[in-house]
Design a protein around this ligand. Sequence first.
Ligand code: G4P
Length: 548
Amino acid sequence: MLSTTEQQEILRRRTFAIISHPDAGKTTLTEKLLLYGGAIHVAGAVKSNKIRKTATSDWMEIEKQRGISVATSVMGFDYCPTFRNEAGQTYHINILDTPGHQDFAEDTFRTLTAVDSVIIVIDAAKGVETQTRRLMQVCRMRKTPVMVFINKMDREGKDPFDLLDEVEAELGIKVRPLSWPINSGQRFKGVYNIFQQTLDLYQPDKTHVTESIQFSDVTDPQIAQLVGDSDAAKLQEDLEMIKGVYDPFNIDSYLAGNLAPVFFGSALNTFGVKELLECFVHIAPSPRPVAAIEREVKPMEDKFTGFCFKIHANMDPNHRSCIAFFRICSGKFERNTYYTHVRKQQQMRFSSPTCFMAQRKETVDEAFAGDIVGLPDTGNFKIGDTLTAGENLHFKGLPSFSPEMFKYIENADPMKQKQLDKGVNQLMDEGVAQLFVSQLNGRKIIGTVGQLQFEVIQYRLEHEYQAKCRWESLQMYKACWIEAVPDSDTAADIKAAEEELQMFKRRKPQYMAFDKDGRDVFMADSAYVLQMAQLDYKHIRFHFTSEG
Ligand code: G4P
């Protein structure tokens, strides 16, 4: 049994990711949350891990940025809320950073498997953008509780009611505003905090945390004195409308992933951020149970379990060591204790596990469910690997997504075939891209989310593995994992569906490939080919993600 103190350690953890379309303000918001947490004292300390546009032509820059993103991968800090916190409870917050560049979206998808909730940042002027939509799909699949922060209210933005409608329609989730803006842009005057029933007047300040003026009642005549009669009247009207249109906030719907509370503010001006954070620590879930193939693992179990969701290669090519990031799913992780590496069936212990506090990486003696530990690795781990105190467990839900771009990878230096194979395999284990092998001719195909990944692979093969590769273009639309779906559970139906699948594979050898785990993948070269296959083969399901 975990001791009461250990259980409290787990209960006070809040592990989440901030996601957004590039430029909506994710980095700025992260920084401001750290500012409130006292983890940093001035803004500007958090480096964006954005791979900037120039990076395509500047390799040192990419390498530098990969380095930065190690340091900022997880940011932990303690926070003691001021609202409804007589007991002085402090929360331990772990923010998992996600790469901003969309070519690394798969990295972000995997990070989402390691968090208990998510904050989505939306630009008030731009509304819901592509990347947000895609990331939200993953949250919906996993029923992750989501909060929305509508950012950049200091600029002219869309009407807040329109924005809420847009979020509901585009992200497929019900919303409930918990704060409400008074105007936007030049006329932005502040935010009424519905959750705490206070009014915070806007005071732009980019670098420091400012205390805002607070009122307890929206009908207080002082509000009209401060924001003007018409804005005060409009605010009251809007709040009435919100009451009429939206159901009261229901925490269970939020925790079930069906309802997103919405906050408005300006991260750059450190405005509306405290409200978000205070509400977040109150309502966001502590570590949630995690599904393994064998059973559901609960955070309060006394035995340690965890899975690897990210591997970060070292930048020094002479020491090919990596950091494997593990999400602790249950119990307590201890330094220098033997744990079972389930895939390898090996006992391993770690003398220098690291946790992340603000900007520092520290060796830790123990960490709890909900935490992320970084384990130095020399090629033992791949994404999805499980560590336990002995039990044979395999955590579910580290999906591969159908890539968007495909190329044949060819060896450009015949003397270095072995190096190339090793490099490709290790980079795939790290989750840099996906490898498919044609069932017809054994040629290797690399699938990525964006062009930048091909360049990263080529560069890293050359610098870390001394192997040279060439890309050959390939006309490809989508890679789908295929599965037989019988009409019913009867033996005859199961057999019929299985036969249909086998026939499909025989008829389409040129389209068939294996993924890294030897699963069948249908490589459709056009939307038409895929549609026809879906129409012709009713007992085959084409999946665009694989639960790895
Ligand atoms: P990202 O991580 O989501 O990609 O976005 P990031 O925080 O880097 O913010 C993107 C740009 O938006 C930055 O400007 C940032 O200063 C600006 N920004 C963030 N929050 C607000 C806000 O509340 N109001 C306004 N007006 N702007 C905001 P940049 O010029 O691209 O970068 P920088 O040179 O300022 O760092």
